[in-house]
Design a protein around this ligand. Structure first.
Ligand code: NAD
Length: 376
């Protein structure tokens, strides 16, 4: 996204509906909430606490992240849009005051359900509880009606996607005997490694945090590989599960995998990296299709959280990815671009001219106005 130009120009360039700047002098809060699209339903996305070099960087980030949430929700077949909030902090690891968090909650509340929040980078469960004391428009909490930690569902979705990847490569979706390298064994990566091992894959893991690697090696008998060379490991599938941009101009020539399919957001440093992977004959499973289990799990709260239903809907990632590969072939596009094209088409066709307003019925409320998501 071009970082220059007025905020409204940036919004128009990417189709954002609304950006709210939030300041609360008594608590020192500085935040930006971006609603990219509510064409398919209320926007959903996490609250990120981050130290940005400048306010402009924060705006560019929240615009980019909220748009990505629209694409992810649309690709997952969810009736919701994309939004995101960023809170500008000096130290993301330092505890936040309750006054600041309640001010975040009030700002979300003012949007009347147009933006529904969840946890993101830097946010703690305590932060989310305090924010939720000021607004009902928060998902992913523990307790009654809450869906809790999304990472097991995200990992489950990645495994479903990997089946489709292997089927595309070999005409056989089985993970048995396949070598899968999991780069990053945090919340999602650890669950993923467990599920892969249970499915008979030969699992190798790497992380900058050696304790996490040791724990997974100990628990499931995974092979530990050096984090500096992890991208050069010969394997059937490389699963990036750490930070973004693992696939880039420098790493692509060194990759020795047959496919890339993992949980990390923004795995490609540049959109053209999609073409570069295709040119090397490496199959790329678009990250926002593969890692949608987390948002599918959150969305299940809207209709009364049920884990089995969430799992059933997450399993559909396999079919969605199959369709992405088909469209890629039909249109002569690399898979990332094909997935984006499909998501944008759904927003344009199903959401044409629609915009969610406070008090409107949501697609899942049977004509009733959208009310608090949590049981009172
Ligand atoms: P996490 O912070 O729990 O785990 C990330 C792990 O990556 C940590 O163990 C960290 O030590 C490791 N790491 C950091 N830098 C690394 C590097 N250079 N090389 C190797 N390892 C490195 O995060 P998470 O919740 O497991 O999420 C992982 C990724 O998946 C993130 O990109 C996240 O945005 C994405 N994602 C997560 C979810 C979810 O449900 N948690 C949903 C969708 C997408």
């Amino acid at each position: 996204m071009d970082a220059h130009g007025a905020v409204t120009e940036l919004m128009n360039a990417r189709g954002h509906e609304q950006v709210v700047f939030v300041a609360d002098a008594p608590s020192g809060l500085r935040a930006v909430i971006a609603v990219h699209s509510t064409a398919l339903g209320p926007s959903l996305g996490g609250i990120r606490f981050w130290r940005y070099p400048s306010e402009r960087d924060a705006v560019v980030d929240v615009l980019r992240l909220s748009e990505a949430m629209s694409l992810k929700a649309a690709a997952a077949g969810l009736d919701q849009g994309g939004g995101k909030a960023v809170v500008l902090v000096d130290d993301p690891d330092a505890p936040r005051t309750d006054a600041l968090l309640r001010a975040v909650g009030r700002a979300i509340d003012d949007l009347g359900g147009r933006y529904i929040a969840a946890e993101d980078v830097g946010a703690t469960p305590h932060d989310m509880d305090v924010i939720a004391s000021a607004t009902p428009w928060v998902t992913g909490l523990d307790g009654p009606g809450g869906s809790g930690d999304p990472s097991p569902m995200t990992a489950y979705g990645v495994v479903q996607a990997m089946g489709t990847v292997l089927d595309e490569l070999d005409g056989d979706a089985s993970l048995e005997g396949k070598r899968v390298v999991v780069d990053g064994v945090g919340h999602v990566g650890t669950h993923l490694a467990r599920l892969l091992a249970a499915a008979g894959a030969r699992v190798a893991v790497a992380d900058v945090n050696a304790d996490r690697v040791d724990a997974v090696v100990h628990e499931i008998g995974a092979e530990a590989v050096c984090v500096d060379d992890v991208l050069e490991e010969e394997c059937d599938v490389l699963a990036p599960c750490a930070l973004g941009c693992a696939v880039n101009e420098k790493s692509i020539p060194r990759l020795r995998c047959r496919a890339v399919c993992g949980a990390a957001n923004n795995q490609l440093a540049e959109p053209d990296d999609d073409d570069a992977l295709a040119a090397r004959g490496i199959l790329y499973a678009p990250d926002f299709v593969v890692n949608a289990g987390g948002i599918i799990n959150l969305a299940e709260e809207f209709v009364g959280y049920d884990r089995e239903n969430a799992e059933r809907r997450t399993a559909k990632i396999a079919g969605t990815l199959r369709r992405v590969f088909e469209v890629a072939r039909e249109e002569g596009l690399p898979p990332g671009r094909a997935a984006e094209h499909m998501a944008r088409l759904r927003i344009a066709e199903e959401g044409a001219g629609r915009r969610f307003r406070p008090g409107d019925p949501a697609p899942w409320t049977n004509g009733e106005p959208l009310r608090s998501l949590r049981p009172s």
